[in-house]
Design a protein around this ligand. Structure first.
Ligand SMILES: C[S@@+](CC[C@H](N)C(=O)[O-])C[C@H]1O[C@@H](n2cnc3c(N)ncnc32)[C@H](O)[C@@H]1O
Length: 263
């Protein structure tokens, strides 16, 4: 990478001046909780599929959660690079229209480049909302305002996407490494395993039995030595699931009592 002007550099942890978390939330960052927590038996269609409600409950945006990207760049990817694994796989469970997945992929591609490695990686996004998954597959969004981003994030966007006057379209490298499918995370996943799993702005909608059940489903497909980023979950659920805090990034967990998981 040439000079500092074009090099996004390493992603900064949340809270630092150049990290996205240092900025006030963008106007579309609607935070909405279900009035009553959902149980495993609830029909999710009213909350997440009814378009009047889904505007709030499926809200997302590019580079929304600085903590996730710090977890990725500072903890998960260095651990992956130190391991003997061939492919870095990540999953956003409850990805809505895909911005979180593409943002994670941009951070990861940048870290692979910084490490001088060929990017052998795949990013999966799943959701129960078919409209949002269709939007995710298209990978084109209304052009966000440059002011809503840190300098590093904007540089990543310019590098890996086509930023037009009215829209931003994900570039070929992103489209090739990101996959989306309809999937209800209350179901035990079977097909793939992952080194980094994110469940962001989702678990807060569920009661504690629902949270515990979903966390077990996510844990079941976590690679040994991998990491879970879980936002909106109670401490009791974390302790009950046998998770421990990993590093200093909030909401980042690993399985097991210490840091010596098998690689
Ligand atoms: C507020 S959005 C969060 C989007 C993204 N993770 C973020 O933080 O920007 C919550 C998403 O979770 C999805 N969701 C809720 N329950 C789900 C379930 N059981 N399985 C899959 N997706 C689910 C909803 O459809 C919605 O798109």
């Amino acid at each position: 990478m040439a000079d500092d002007k074009t090099n996004p550099g390493r992603f900064s942890p949340a809270g630092r001046a150049d990290g996205p978390a240092a900025r006030p939330p963008a106007p579309d960052a609607i935070s909405c909780r279900a009035t009553n927590p959902l149980s495993l038996q609830d029909n999710l269609s009213k909350v997440f599929l009814d378009e009047r409600q889904a505007k709030a409950t499926t809200a997302t945006r590019l580079f929304r959660s600085g903590e996730i990207f710090a977890a990725l760049a500072k903890v998960a990817l260095p651990a992956f690079f130190a391991s003997k694994r061939a492919k870095f796989t990540m999953w956003s469970a409850g990805c809505s229209s895909g911005e979180e997945v593409y943002s994670m992929a941009m951070i990861a591609l940048n870290e692979f480049a910084r490490a001088g490695r060929r990017p052998v990686m795949e990013a999966f996004g799943t959701d129960i909302n078919p409209r949002r998954i269709a939007e995710a597959r298209r990978g084109a969004y209304i052009r966000p305002s440059k002011d809503a981003f840190s300098r590093n994030c904007w540089l990543l966007l310019e590098r890996y996407a086509r930023v037009g006057q009215h829209q931003v379209a994900m570039g070929g490298e992103l489209l090739a490494s990101c996959r989306f499918s309809l999937f209800d995370m209350r179901t035990r996943p079977k097909k793939h395993t992952f080194f980094f799993i994110v469940c962001n702005h989702v678990l807060q909608y569920y009661d504690s039995a629902g949270q515990r059940h979903i966390i077990e489903n996510l844990k079941a497909v976590l690679n040994p030595g991998g990491y879970l980023y879980l936002e909106g979950v109670t401490e009791a659920c974390i302790a009950g699931a046998g998770l421990r805090k990993a590093g200093t990034v909030p909401n980042l967990f690993a399985v097991g009592p210490d840091g010596r998981e098998a690689r």
